[in-house]
Design a protein around this ligand. Structure first.
Ligand code: SAH
Length: 378
């Protein structure tokens, strides 16, 4: 069975082989990408025989919904079980008129950021382009019929630029007018900062909004928090980000997770101002979302406000990302870990489980906790 959401020529070829006109493939895609068809049976303008033939050759969904949580602020999070039993997360965020989806690109993550739940078990595999697109389409179907998605942020599990070959076709499908129709400028790709891959993205399509996870103003601290930095270095990250900025003309965002007593001092704020000097930058200060078992703390209010004031006084644009969805472990990888650790894990009282499936014995084995790699935490 082929996954019909996988971008590529397969559906058009299948249609040609089955004597179907070329527009048929587009019509089918429109039902799935732009419409809300759940199955071929829903495609009411297709001949019945064709619907049956399609259903025999293709599967619409490659995932099942293992959990569906919803909070009072309208944030919804899906824990999706992949065909091989692995699990990933994606989130729908409602903010004013905005309807944003946050999607994953890998099962796990190889970057090893010491405060992030996604990378604690390393990377297991890349998602396919179809699996990436499927997250967007599943979340779009959670909206009422008169609402559409407006934004995509690639800030879920995984390092998007480590899976660029699958991400780019998925994001191309997201932009199609017949599909979700979300323009590049409403798509944000967040990266730990891989210079070669940033350069590839620059060459491929500078239209996306790029967010670079900095988290520290110097190499020593950055390497401690973001171990992959040891082989890269802040200067090369900034230089690649500058090239993206020049090519796209779009202001970049630099993400900075504030960890109490680690990277939140006035001195570090001043150093960050120096690092960003001369750049049209927005700093996205992210309050640390506590991960069970990790030693990091949120900054005190005084430390956070002092850090923000130093940046603002120096003329740096700053925003503090609100913690929508924190109650349902909406930070990367947290729900997946909670679910893998104990499938009976309860979400906090403020969220509702909309839907849960029982794992089969084979899937239970594949989601068993793995040994975390050792991190240079101290
Ligand atoms: N690999 C990409 C996407 C990661 S998720 C990247 O590194 O940018 C998006 C942001 O959330 C990153 O800046 C990441 O460092 C941050 N993040 C990860 N775990 C977090 C946590 N527990 N609390 C707050 N932010 C976190």
């Amino acid at each position: 069975m082929h996954h019909i959401l996988e971008p590529g020529p397969l559906l058009a070829e299948w249609c040609a082989e089955h004597g179907q006109p070329a527009w048929r493939a587009r019509a089918i895609r429109r039902w799935l990408h732009g419409g809300r068809a759940e199955s071929f049976a829903d495609m009411s303008d297709l001949p019945r025989g064709l619907r049956a033939d399609l259903a025999a050759a293709f599967t619409v969904w490659s995932t099942t919904v293992a959990r569906h949580h919803r909070t009072e602020d309208g944030t919804e999070k899906l824990l999706l079980q992949l065909a091989d039993g692995e699990r990933i997360e994606c989130v729908l965020l409602r903010d004013g008129q905005r309807r944003t989806v946050c999607i994953s690109t890998q099962v796990g993550c190889a970057m090893g950021c010491v405060f992030c739940a996604s990378g604690l078990d390393g990377v297991i595999r890349n998602l396919s382009a179809g699996e990436i697109l499927e997250q967007v389409l599943r979340l779009a179907r959670l909206l009422p019929g008169d609402e559409r998605l407006s934004h995509v942020v690639v800030m879920g599990m995984g390092e998007p630029l480590a899976n660029l070959d699958r991400l780019l076709p998925a994001l191309a499908a997201v932009q199609e007018a017949d599909g979700p129709g979300i323009s590049a400028r409403r798509i944000t790709v967040s990266t730990v900062g891989l210079p070669k891959a940033i350069d590839r993205l620059t060459a491929a399509n500078p239209g996306y909004h790029l967010a670079v996870s900095l988290h520290a103003p110097d190499d020593q601290l950055r390497t401690r928090l973001v171990p992959v930095n040891a082989a890269i270095g802040l200067a090369d990250v900034m230089a690649a980000a500058d090239r993206y900025w020049e090519a796209s003309g779009r202001r970049l965002t630099y993400e900075y997770v504030l960890l109490g007593g680690i990277n939140d001092s006035p001195r570090q704020a001043r150093d960050l101002v120096t690092v960003l000097a001369g750049r049209a930058a927005l700093v996205n200060v992210i309050p640390y979302n506590a991960v069970a078992g990790l030693p990091w703390k949120e900054p005190t209010t005084a430390a956070r406000e002092g850090f923000l004031a130093t940046l603002r006084d120096a003329g740096v644009n700053v925003q503090v990302r609100r913690r929508k969805g924190a109650r349902i472990d909406a930070a990367c990888g947290q729900l997946r870990r909670a679910a893998a650790g104990a499938d009976s894990a309860e979400p906090s009282a403020a969220s509702t489980i909309v839907h849960t499936i029982q794992p089969t014995s084979s899937t239970a084995a594949s989601t068993a906790p793995r040994m975390p790699p050792s991190h240079p935490i101290q």
